[in-house]
Ligand binder design. Structure first.
Ligand SMILES: Cc1cc2nc3c(=O)[nH]c(=O)nc-3n(C[C@H](O)[C@H](O)[C@H](O)COP(=O)(O)OP(=O)(O)OC[C@H]3O[C@@H](n4cnc5c(N)ncnc54)[C@H](O)[C@@H]3O)c2cc1C
Length: 459
């Protein structure tokens, strides 16, 4: 029998997970005057955002490398006083290369550029032009992203634009991702307009009418890397809010509020779980005999990815590295997902006279390669970089980071996972779950998820 005093609405809120999602939620709660305690098993806040300045001058990003500065991200950067540390991607990083027939080719950057580009055939260009006249046909059933995109633009644009983009963002396979869940904006655009090109034109007009700058939001980071953002969020919390090295294995609801095994003496009115799916799947929720299980979230596929941060002498790389990076479409049958040109993208990533590249391997198609040791991976990467970027030497610096569960793949059964999460929340008032497991994978989506979770606690 639970004899504790009943729950009060001014009791603290517990947030489990001090990655970007959890920290964004905690900050919003603290700003609203709610006491908050953030638990994380790791010794540092930030989750997968890991930036490290090496004494030789390299700035190593082992996880995410950059983020889109959407208006809410810009507001957060301002609120946290990070404008001076903020870096916008260099204009030199404007090109985005894609491998075609074994050589890097720049992707067109504008509609006129697309119609002038030698990358795509006249047939594909005509297909894109014709898509403007596609009528609205409401679609009831989800379908693989590859099929959705092929229906609009044909095979060549799928192979050389969407497929490498999906490798770069999800480390995923467009034929297995859900169109509705992986790219909800495209799904919505088709639903509302029929044609994706027409939707794009209308959105651009609406943005102009609102006085917003044209084109996508800027790409940003910070002078000391992306970890500046979670560090600033953590510092902005009231003293004592952040409990690092605190693994949460069991959470139990009681009349007096939520109890966490990491701090059994405290009671929390609300519990925010800002955790990736594998961690949610392992959590014990409820008392023995009346448990809620999120174990099925273990089936939400997260292919492994390995990030190789490699430094070279400038003169040993023939390619001008005048871009964001190079993506490898699966049709080119190469073992790499992509290469980021870090030292072009932002200043201060490599010592004088050196360049920094990040090679991504693994993902949905080559998960086994991500698990190989550095030496074996270098043996795979070396001839690829020599052929496509003219890299003539061994790296002078190398750092390997292995992500066993990198990015959730929203596949055609994703609704089942969303239902399991919603059912757990329905069963336990005061429990709120969010982040990439349900809200989108990019860093701006994590910030939005954190804000949403905080609002739910304050309702
Ligand atoms: C290699 C890689 C590259 C990426 N590149 C980009 C990019 O360039 N741009 C972009 O926008 N996005 C990128 N992403 C996606 C983005 O980084 C993530 O979606 C985002 O950082 C996830 O944040 P989060 O707070 O939701 O989760 P996480 O960062 O995973 O944080 C979860 C936290 O929970 C803690 N935790 C787990 N279990 C427990 C437990 N039982 N008890 C207590 N604490 C626990 C962990 O220690 C961790 O700190 C990338 C992701 C990866 C993996």
């Amino acid at each position: 029998m639970d004899s504790s005093p009943p729950l009060r609405s001014d009791q603290p809120v517990a947030v489990v997970g001090a990655g970007l999602t959890g920290l964004a939620a905690a900050r919003r709660l603290a700003l609203a005057g709610r006491p908050v305690a953030v638990f994380d098993a790791a010794p540092e806040p930030g989750g997968v955002i890991r930036s490290e300045r090496h004494p030789e001058g390299w700035l190593i990003e082992s996880g995410p490398n950059s983020m889109q500065e959407t208006p809410p991200v810009a507001a957060l950067v301002r609120e946290l006083g990070l404008e001076a540390a903020r870096q916008v991607a260099s204009p030199e990083a404007k090109n985005r290369y894609v491998l075609r027939d074994g050589a890097p080719r720049p992707l067109p950057l504008s509609p006129p550029g697309f119609f002038r580009s030698a990358l795509f055939s006249r047939r594909t260009k005509f297909r894109v032009f014709r898509e403007i006249f596609r009528r609205r046909r409401p679609r009831r059933q989800d379908l693989p992203l590859a099929d959705f995109f092929r229906e609009h633009f044909g095979q060549e644009l799928l192979d050389y634009a969407l497929d490498p983009f999906v490798s770069g963002i999800f480390a995923g396979d467009a034929s297995r991702l859900s169109a509705r869940h992986a790219f909800p904006a495209l799904w919505k655009a088709e639903h509302e307009h029929g044609s994706l090109v027409r939707a794009q034109i209308k959105n651009a007009k609406a943005r102009r009418a609102r006085g917003e700058p044209p084109g996508p939001p800027p790409i940003i980071s910070f002078a000391d890397g992306l970890a500046t953002l979670p560090r600033a969020l953590a510092t902005s919390l009231p003293a004592g809010s952040l409990r690092l090295g605190a693994n949460v294995a069991r959470i139990s609801p009681s009349r007096a509020g939520w109890i966490l095994d990491a701090s059994p003496a405290e009671r929390f009115s609300h519990l925010v779980l800002a955790l990736p799916a594998p961690a949610l799947a392992r959590l014990e929720i409820g008392s023995p005999g009346a448990q809620t299980s999120l174990a099925s979230l273990d089936h939400l596929e997260h292919p492994p990815v390995c990030s190789l941060f490699l430094g070279y002498r400038r003169e040993d790389v023939a390619h001008p590295l005048d871009g964001f990076g190079l993506l490898f479409p699966s049709i080119e049958k190469r073992p790499l997902l992509g290469v980021l040109f870090n030292s072009t993208l932002f200043p201060g990533r490599a010592p004088q006279g050196r360049v920094a590249l990040t090679v991504m391997i693994g993902g949905a198609r080559h998960g086994d390669l991500a698990r190989e040791p550095l030496e074996k991976q270098l043996a795979i990467v070396r001839p690829q970089l020599a052929e496509v970027l003219g890299v003539r030497s061994e790296p002078v610096f190398a750092r390997r980071t292995f992500w066993p569960h990198a990015i959730p793949q929203y596949q055609l059964n994703h609704d089942e996972h969303l239902q399991v999460i919603a059912a757990a929340e329905d069963r336990h008032p005061g429990l709120h779950i969010g982040g990439p497991v349900r809200d989108g994978i990019g860093l701006p989506a994590c910030i939005a998820a954190g804000e949403r979770l905080a609002r739910r606690c304050l309702e």
